[in-house]
Write a protein that binds this ligand. Structure first.
Ligand code: BES
Ligand code: ZN
Length: 418
């Protein structure tokens, strides 16, 4: 319980500061704005006493068994990219977590992000009565049965064999192209399915988006995503070895297998389904943030988002943990019912990160309903992430755990899209 207390918002995002420093050589240039919680802000001020918070927002955080409301203070500050590694180290050392801040392109977008999260916290969402119907058993059951662990294992193996998948390296670009090619191969022969790479102007790794065009409500999107990039917490350079087998080759592999069975079924969804492999998650959710912002700018409708980040290390006693922060309670309830309908042998529990720990937060903080089913409770996730030891061997050379998430993803895609 203690770890959840005032830090919930404080950790609105943990970005790899080291990562940013490494990127400074070729992709820097613009001034950076970060948002961070009070505790990380105090550490930054200890290192750079001249910095001042230009925006300070109190974000309500409900905590504890009695649902008592507490506030967490979030600051927006302008920083020099070179300070971020030291800040990141201090957060790691003194606050016992990674990162500690979210990067924004401008003061305006930093302020908007902070306000959005505050507004979201203030307005508990209306329960969408009747919206989440489960009635596609005939379609979903055979697809769930068709999920193969061995194919998930192969994808984790091939992605983690890439030297690293860092957002600024040539290998990170290779990872994007590899995923795009694998998804395009699955889409071959389907004129209603397309694969594109989303260009991010500030770094070379592109996000990958596969689209299955909806037949009846093509403007409404069902989004399933995970992040393609990997990182080492000690700092990255071009040839660092960062296998990221669990974080997050596993999520991409679960999604890829869900996609395979979905396409193999020949089913044509009513709503548009999109699979996304995000770039640059490990450095402040930057890829997903750009995509979600683009969807807002274009006025695109998103019926729901499912995030798979870390699916293959079974560290908890239950099978699937639905994370309750930065996610939609109504959609989480739907996901839990999908699990009891289609995966009745599995056990489902809830937990929370306590901060914006993955790409679901990029969507939920912009008002889109998101869910985040995760491999373990927060205290028992893979201990190897962000190290050279995040290998398939350290998840037991199996993909049975990741297969559960592939099955859940299939059910989510079909039920929400139809
Ligand atoms: N996969 C992790 C998120 C995670 C870790 C969720 C442990 C639950 C338990 C993700 O890739 C990550 O490392 N996120 C960063 C924050 C991000 C904003 C840079 C983190 O948690 O430090
Ligand atoms: Zn990570």
């Amino acid at each position: 319980m203690f770890r959840r207390l005032p830090t919930a918002w404080t950790r609105f995002a943990l970005a790899g500061g080291v990562a940013l420093a490494a990127s400074a050589t070729c992709w820097a240039g613009q001034p950076l704005w970060i948002s961070l919680g009070d505790d990380a802000y105090r550490l930054l001020r200890a290192q750079q006493p001249q910095v001042v918070s230009v925006t300070e927002v109190a974000v309500p955080v409900s905590v504890g068994r009695f649902g008592a409301r507490m506030h967490d203070r979030v600051h927006v500050v302008r920083v020099d990219e070179d300070w971020l590694p030291a800040l990141s180290d201090a957060v790691h050392r003194d606050l016992h977590r990674c990162g500690g801040f979210v990067v924004h392109d401008s003061l305006g977008s930093a302020r908007e992000a902070v306000q959005r999260v505050r507004d979201l916290a203030l307005q508990p969402e209306a329960v969408a009565g009747g919206k989440y119907v489960i009635n596609q058993q005939t379609l979903v059951q055979p697809m769930v049965a068709a999920v193969q662990d061995s194919l998930i294992l192969q994808t984790i193996d091939s992605l983690s064999a890439i030297q690293n998948r860092y957002y600024t390296t040539t290998h990170g670009v290779t990872a994007s192209n590899t995923i795009a090619a694998q998804w395009a191969a699955l889409a071959a022969g389907r004129s209603d399915v397309s694969v594109s790479q989303f260009t991010h102007p500030s770094w070379p790794q592109k996000s990958v988006i596969l689209t299955i065009q909806g037949t009846e409500k093509p403007k409404q999107h069902v989004v399933l995503g995970g992040h393609m990039d990997s990182i080492l917490s000690g700092g990255m350079s071009e040839n660092s070895r960062a296998p990221g087998a669990d974080d997050d080759a596993s999520g991409i592999a679960s999604l890829t297998e869900a996609l395979r069975v979905l396409l193999a079924s020949g089913m044509r969804p009513k709503r548009t389904i999109q699979f996304m492999a995000y770039a640059a998650e490990e450095v402040g959710l930057r890829g997903s943030s750009a995509i979600a912002a683009d969807y807002v700018a274009k006025g695109r409708k998103v019926a729901g988002v499912l995030q798979l980040d870390m699916t293959n290390y079974k560290g908890g006693t239950k099978d699937i943990y639905l994370y309750t922060d930065y996610t939609s309670a109504a959609q989480n309830d739907f996901v839990a019912r999908l699990a009891s309908t289609y995966l009745p042998d599995l056990t489902v529990a809830t937990d929370r990160c306590g901060y914006a720990c993955s790409d679901h937060a990029s969507w939920s903080s912009r008002g889109f309903p998101a869910s985040f089913p995760f491999e373990a409770d927060f205290n028992h996730h893979s201990p190897f992430i962000h190290t050279v030891n995040d290998t398939l061997a350290n998840s037991g050379n199996q993909a049975a755990h990741a297969a559960k998430f592939a099955k859940l993803a299939v059910a989510f895609a079909v039920e929400l899209a139809n």
